[in-house]
Design a protein around this ligand. Structure first.
Ligand code: ATP
Length: 306
């Protein structure tokens, strides 16, 4: 893929403890295993778009603490083409404290956004040169919303397509749907955006129509192993998930969005790009770790299975 994708989003440090069961209030228990690694939807999606073959420019903000060097080292060795890390004087690097229950794979997460919520309008304005030479801007909702909104306005003024992954859901998004070219909610976010509870493909279609009625142009609702529903040009298309030996589904959405942006930047149609993103995400769920993404050649092999 040859397109250029600019991504604005969060960088978090994920601190994970694998436990037999979650601790109760006031209890200390011994974890079986622990890890500390890169996370945040922005960083994960940047990793995905880069592995999918796009030339990626990633913009994020961290603190002035021991984790900012960690962020820098991770991005410098990630294969991501270029990045800009701002540093907050007051807030620490964002972090996520995660328990994963080894019995059923369920997780429990507390996120502190920290520096991710402190992007200034000057910092967004200085994205202009990189944005102007990009095909796509990909954003999520983990930064302060005014920064994300400014970046979307800048992209539109520069004629750059905007892909919004509205996660985690915030009602702020309802006021600016007209700035978005492609919106990619999962089932929960699509239900909150539309007011339609999604239980099957039929209700997902109704939700997509309600999201369009709110001003969206093109919609992709991702539905885990049930695949993805596209609404484009007044037509629905269901893209079934590729069969996968699921190991760790956290980050499936990040894999899908990064790969989608890479394929759209390369000029693929929405259906082609969503199929590519589905193949990419099906490989990502076979790997442990939310930021652990497959390689382009594996995706091509999996696509050949359909
Ligand atoms: P998460 O929050 O867990 O990162 P999400 O809820 O944002 O994920 P999903 O809708 O679960 O996103 O998944 C995105 C896409 O990834 C799906 O549309 C599908 O193509 C693919 N996918 C997810 N889970 C599976 C699976 N078990 N097998 C194959 N493909 C999957």
């Amino acid at each position: 893929l040859r397109g250029k994708v600019c991504i604005l989003g969060a960088f978090n440090v994920d601190i994970v403890a694998w436990v037999h069961r979650f601790p109760r209030g006031g209890e200390s228990l011994l974890a079986q295993r622990s890890s500390l690694g890169p996370g945040g939807k922005g960083a994960n999606q940047a990793m995905a778009a880069s592995r999918a073959g796009a030339q990626v420019h990633f913009v994020a903000k961290v603190g002035k603490d021991q984790f900012s060097q960690f962020a820098f080292d991770h991005l410098a060795s990630s294969g991501i083409h270029s990045f800009r890390l701002y540093q907050s004087e007051r807030e620490p690097t964002g972090n996520a404290l995660i328990y994963v229950s080894q019995d059923d794979g369920e997780n429990m997460i507390a996120i502190y956004s920290g520096a991710n919520k402190t992007l200034s309008s000057d910092e967004i304005a200085s994205m202009s040169p990189e944005l102007a030479s990009s095909n796509v801007l990909l954003v999520q909702l983990e930064n302060n919303f005014d920064a994300t909104l400014n970046a979307m306005k800048l992209a539109r003024a520069l004629g750059v397509q905007v892909i919004m992954n509205p996660a985690p859901f915030s009602p702020d998004i309802l006021g600016c749907i007209d700035l978005i070219d492609i919106i990619t909610p999962n089932e929960t976010e699509a239900s909150l955006l539309s007011g339609v509870e999604i239980t099957d493909l039929e209700s997902a279609r109704a939700a997509a129509l309600a999201i369009v009625a709110r001003g969206a142009r093109r919609v992709i609702i991702t539905m885990g192993s049930r695949g993805a529903l596209i609404y484009d040009n007044q037509q629905f298309q269901h893209i079934p998930a590729f069969p996968a030996l699921s190991v760790d589904t956290t980050g499936a959405g990040d894999a899908f969005n990064g790969a989608l942006a890479a394929a759209i930047a390369d000029g693929q149609t929405l259906a082609q790009a969503a199929t590519f993103a589905s193949a990419f995400a099906s490989l990502a769920v076979e790997r442990e770790g939310a930021s652990n993404m497959p390689a382009y050649q594996q995706v091509i092999s999996r696509l050949a299975l359909r």
